[in-house]
Write a new protein. Structure first.
Length: 147
């Protein structure tokens, strides 16, 4: 059996003692975990843009298999449940990551800001775009309808 056919995708949700941080974990390859399979949400992080989705990554070899869309949708669904009155969310994407920008646009995100951000591993700064969704429920319903 091929390695790709042997992959297992399982979802989990880890709750912390704080009510403002949620870490959603996707386990790939029968239970191995890395930051490449997590979505970190900081609820109510920004008074204007809402909840921050951080570290929405998919390992290169697993791209174009629906994992990113599932992770984004699961995060949106979790936000709708935890914050029914304020379902706004956003994330940052590097300006040079045009593939991710196109993906977020297809998923209903809108680029609302561009800025030089820091710090990054090893130091330095990078041009980044803020991608925002005004209502996580819209993303969840769009995906549920097959959009």
């Amino acid at each position: 059996m091929r390695a790709r056919q042997q992959r297992v995708f399982v979802n989990g949700l880890l709750n912390f003692s704080t009510i403002t941080t949620v870490l959603m974990v996707g386990f790939v390859s029968a239970g191995l975990m890395s930051l490449n399979q997590t979505v970190h949400m900081i609820l109510d992080e920004d008074p204007h843009w809402g909840t921050l989705l951080d570290n929405l990554h998919v390992t290169y070899g697993l791209k174009r298999h629906g994992i990113g869309r599932r992770r984004l949708t699961e995060a949106a669904r979790e936000l709708v449940q935890r914050r029914p009155a304020d379902r706004r969310f956003y994330l940052w994407v590097l300006a040079k990551n045009t593939a991710a920008q196109a993906f977020y646009t297809v998923c209903g995100g809108t680029r609302v800001e561009t800025t030089l951000r820091k710090p990054f591993p090893g130091g330095g700064r990078a041009l980044s775009h803020r991608i925002a969704w005004p209502d996580a429920a819209v993303l969840v319903s769009t995906v549920s309808r097959g959009g």
